[in-house]
Design a protein around this ligand. Structure first.
Ligand code: MG
Ligand code: MG
Length: 262
């Protein structure tokens, strides 16, 4: 990513980004309610695109660098960028990460959740819980005077103390009129010289956390990222604006309970 300047957003631009992100949030919540054993990842993609277009938004990932789907759907050991497929049927005990983005009125929204299919193992549930909590800790670190590195540290500390590991090769990002803008937001490290946080920044923070080791590889399809040790991975993402009042989770889902501190 070019080291160009971080683009700050005005209050009215942040309102517009809220609208875009709420379409993403509604789509993820709809999918969460429909995920049961037997559903294919292709069906999820169809449902998402339908709701997105009904809300007059464009699916942001479709055609992005040639990506074929509207959704990234990554099952079990797949970390991110899984391609929706009629051949991939979800079964009881799977975990499925869904990453969705839209463009609406010129602005992008971007969010992801990892959802259990039926009944999942305790270790899988612990990974999902830790990853979502790490995102909330990261959001709490989005405040004036902090640096991007404080977000990174918040994620890494929370998951590593529970024995999970942080994917290094993929990072969060600024978001606005572009899907990916500076700054890069790693989920590890201290970033002592990383950019300071200012009111008007909108950041897509997205911890990708593995049950086993941190190493990942890209499959032959050129997209799907999987863990090298084939152990399960989780991914949660929110787009957050830093306002005078503190962090505003633009992609908060209706059914999502943020911790009291946020
Ligand atoms: Mg995303
Ligand atoms: Mg993103």
């Amino acid at each position: 990513m070019a080291k160009s300047a971080i683009i700050l957003k005005s209050a009215s631009e942040i309102e517009q980004m809220y609208e875009a992100n709420q379409i993403v949030a509604a789509t993820l919540q709809m999918l969460e309610e429909r995920i049961v054993p037997g559903v294919t990842t292709w069906q999820l993609d169809q449902w998402a695109e339908k709701l997105c277009r009904k809300r007059q938004a464009l699916p942001a990932f479709k055609g992005y660098r040639g990506f074929p789907g509207s959704l990234c759907v990554s099952v079990n050991e797949q970390v991110v960028h899984g391609i929706p497929s009629k051949k991939v049927k979800l079964v009881d005990g799977d975990v499925v990460s869904i990453d969705f983005g839209v463009k609406y009125n010129g602005f992008y929204g971007d969010s992801a959740i990892t959802i259990p299919v039926g009944t999942i193992g305790e270790d899988f549930q612990a990974l999902l819980t830790a990853t979502q909590e790490s995102l909330y800790h990261a959001i709490a670190a989005i405040k004036k005077g902090n640096r991007v590195g404080d977000i990174s540290t918040a994620v890494q500390q929370h998951v590593e103390q529970q024995g999970f590991s942080v994917v290094r090769q993929f990072v969060g990002h600024g978001i606005g009129k572009n899907l990916h803008e500076p700054p890069e937001i790693p989920n590890y490290g201290q970033g002592k010289n990383s950019p300071k946080l200012h009111v008007g920044m909108v950041l897509a923070v997205e911890p990708m956390i593995n049950l086993g080791g941190p190493e990942v590889v890209v499959l032959q399809d050129g997209w799907t990222v999987v863990t090298k040790d084939k152990k399960v991975s989780a991914h949660f993402e929110h787009s957050i604006a830093l306002t005078e009042e503190g962090p505003w989770v633009l992609s908060k889902r209706e059914n999502e309970r943020l911790p009291g501190s946020l």
